[in-house]
Design a protein around this ligand. Sequence first.
Ligand SMILES: Cc1cc2nc3c(=O)[nH]c(=O)nc-3n(C[C@H](O)[C@H](O)[C@H](O)COP(=O)(O)OP(=O)(O)OC[C@H]3O[C@@H](n4cnc5c(N)ncnc54)[C@H](O)[C@@H]3O)c2cc1C
Length: 279
Amino acid sequence: MQPSKFEYRKASTLDEAVSLGGGEADYLAGGHSLIPAMKLRLSEPSTLVDISGIGDLKGISRDGDTIKIGALTTHSEVASSGVVNDGCAALADAAGMIGDPQVRNRGTIGGNVAHADPASDYPGILVALGATIVTTGRSTAAEDFFTGLFETALGEGEIVTEVQVPATGDGTGAAYSKFFNPASRYAVVGVGAVVTKSGGTCESCRIGVTGASDHAYRATAAEEALSGSDLGDEAIAAAAAKVADGGEMMSDLSASAQYRAHLCSVMASRAISEAASRA
Ligand SMILES: Cc1cc2nc3c(=O)[nH]c(=O)nc-3n(C[C@H](O)[C@H](O)[C@H](O)COP(=O)(O)OP(=O)(O)OC[C@H]3O[C@@H](n4cnc5c(N)ncnc54)[C@H](O)[C@@H]3O)c2cc1C
């Protein structure tokens, strides 16, 4: 199928993009989700504002304990970044699990979070890491940014400019575990875990889940169950069993709700164990 007629505009600055956006316009980053949606006429923007050439939206840097990733940074750039691998290897791991090399070389972190596909990887790990989504005008915690099926807190014409991730400090480990859809490699279920240890005890933890529900969520019941535990196999299994409680499990061709709940527990056990071993 061919897309509906649209006007193409290429923005060279953020201000120009904002002035061209809003209303019936849509932004074009990597185009990996938007172009297929336009061809299927699921999306019919009157104007396509190409933001892919805006230099200010590219690149990765570290400012103190914060890793800053420009919205147009590709998944392969995140996966191979020394800054990300040194400061938050779990995020680099998650980026490296996205799709295939073509997808990772073209898809962007800003497009991924703005599109909010329920099976995307970044939402789960970003919620676990306590990341912040920076947009034109405000900053939103990742756990508040993903609000529904392909829905986010983004307002009309708002652009994701940067994703900020806290670097993992001493005594803290993070990991991401994913059950791949064998055809698309999207997450049937993906779980991110961040564990902070004191001695052999779990001082605190954060768990983010993607793929299972219509949007990424924090598994707070599991976090509470793990906090204060000895991080032994039994404690991890008991906490992991509560991970599905935080979301309403989806049921579709890839997996039933019951199977997704099971995968939540298995992926969470793996992610928590790995995060604890890195702490
Ligand atoms: C075959 C295939 C397999 C994939 N597998 C995976 C996978 O395993 N895991 C995974 O997480 N993802 C996967 N993806 C998704 C892919 O990695 C991209 O993240 C996704 O397509 C969106 O990024 P994009 O840069 O291409 O955005 P686009 O397609 O250009 O845009 C998508 C939407 O986001 C909006 N948008 C883009 N950038 C911004 C911005 N900065 N501010 C505001 N709005 C913006 C656009 O207007 C549009 O509505 C896959 C995609 C394909 C095609």
